[in-house]
Design a protein around this ligand. Structure first.
Ligand code: ADP
Ligand code: ASP
Ligand code: MG
Length: 409
């Protein structure tokens, strides 16, 4: 049984006309005799609408009920699309997360897939040629509905491709592939033919929402080739795959930004062993992703600890740390929501110096102040005032000649 996995995002399924275009993409592998797993997102804007409803109903929506609510977006697109396909005489049905089942842990709102029942899905595929699977959702061991975090349908698709050993996982979206930066922000952005898993992982974790981070982790771990391409054209997109030599000859491959960030500072904590663990362990226990961490030089054995968290987690972070104020022993907690992260990414940086200084110079020439800096082997990240995000992205894109492709000098 040859299985093709295709995922279509929110803008691709937003109305009947778009779903008809999606249908043409699905009918192609179907007519070639393949079994097709179609993973769908909710119609564009629907997940946000449902989240707003939850906020209207409750100041602090119960996480399990919130998941039950927001998972309905995908249920709607799947049921409607299956109707459309059936009308064409295709043997198909919709499959919700709990029906597949896609098993997850019980971290509502950001659940992780623990298992997919591949034999059961293959059984269902004996009877049907196309399964329209709801992305973004699963169920925990208690049978409650969970969701996988924003953009989670990408992860559903790659996990299904891995479990069913599909040759490739096609991610159809509203842009023709992965670009050197967000093409909707920078007109000079260039489409990449191929990108290495590690680079894509950094791009995604630094905010390039074209793929959810977890989907790239899955793809890398299970060696699934991912093809990111447009629903609305036939041109080939970007292949996300193993790194090879030609990729390494590029110094910087992309610029990513993330506006969903918040900066938190604990003023005057004791500079002594165990303090970092006291601050960050309770946050990790709640699965809050702390990213950049800077500890200022200590004076009189006191230091300031500054770090970033996703903006959505800021209230929970503050609440948690305020409860521990006397245990940790800090003087004051301040936070800043008007920040964004801009990152330069490239596997070629590993053996090349000077990337960071070139970036700092370019930002300085535009008068963009850098609040925090962090680096890894293949990335440099700057935290800046979010009103300069667009300027910083365009400036860095230009500084590294990404429009033309920047081979190492
Ligand atoms: P979908 O609803 O299909 O999942 P998303 O909105 O989640 O689509 O992701 C696609 C969007 O990602 C694009 O419209 C684009 O604005 C944004 N994006 C950010 N960075 C990049 C990048 N480097 N390459 C392509 N798209 C990017
Ligand atoms: N509908 C969900 C979201 O908007 C999941 C997805 O689109 O991938 O985040
Ligand atoms: Mg998406």
């Amino acid at each position: 049984m040859n299985i093709v996995v295709q995922k279509f995002g929110g803008t691709s399924v937003r109305n009947l006309e778009c779903q008809r275009q999606v249908m043409q993409k699905v009918l192609r592998p179907y007519r070639e005799g393949n079994k097709v797993i179609v993973v769908l997102s909710a119609m564009a804007g629907e997940t946000n609408r449902l989240l707003e409803l939850a906020k209207e109903w409750s100041d602090n929506p119960d996480p399990a009920e919130a998941d039950s609510l927001i998972s309905t977006g995908e249920q709607i697109s799947c049921a409607l699309f299956a109707m459309l396909l059936k009308q064409q005489g295709v043997k198909c049905r919709s499959v919700l997360g709990f029906q597949a089942p896609v098993r997850t842990d019980c971290a509502y709102g950001k659940a992780r897939i623990t298992n997919i029942d591949a034999p059961k899905l293959k059984d269902i595929l004996q009877e049907y040629d196309v399964l329209v699977v709801a992305g973004f959702q699963g169920c925990d061991d208690c049978g409650r509905i969970t969701t996988l975090g924003r953009g989670g349908s990408d992860t559903s698709a790659v996990a299904l491709a891995a479990a069913l050993k599909a040759d490739v996982c096609e991610i159809y979206t509203d842009v023709p592939g992965v670009f050197t930066t967000d093409p909707n922000m920078c007109s000079g952005a260039r489409k990449m033919d191929r990108i290495a898993y590690d680079e894509m992982l950094e791009m995604a974790s630094m905010g390039a929402k074209v793929l959810q981070i977890r989907s790239v982790e899955f793809a890398k771990k299970y060696n699934v080739t991912v093809h990111v391409r447009s629903t609305f054209s036939d041109e080939p997109g970007t292949i996300v795959t193993q790194e090879d030599e030609s990729m390494e000859s590029v110094l910087v491959s992309g610029i990513a930004y993330d506006k969903d960030q918040a900066q938190i500072t604990l003023v005057h904590v004791m500079d002594q062993p165990g303090v970092s663990a006291q601050i960050f362990s309770p946050l990790a226990d709640q699965k809050i992703l702390v990213d950049m961490i800077v500890q200022s030089p200590s004076k009189d054995n006191l230091t300031d600890m500054t770090f970033t968290v996703p903006r959505a987690d800021v209230d929970q972070t503050i609440k948690t740390l305020e409860k521990l104020k006397y245990e940790i022993g800090y003087e004051e907690l301040t936070h800043n929501l008007n920040v964004s992260k801009v990152s330069i990414i490239g596997v070629g940086m590993r053996n090349h110096s000077g990337v960071a200084s070139r970036a700092f110079r370019a930002l300085a020439d535009e008068n963009v102040n850098i609040l925090m800096i962090s680096t890894s082997e293949i990335k440099v990240t700057c935290l800046i005032d979010d009103k300069y995000t667009e300027l910083a992205v365009r400036t860095l894109h230009k500084a590294f000649n990404l429009e033309e492709g920047n081979q190492k000098e």
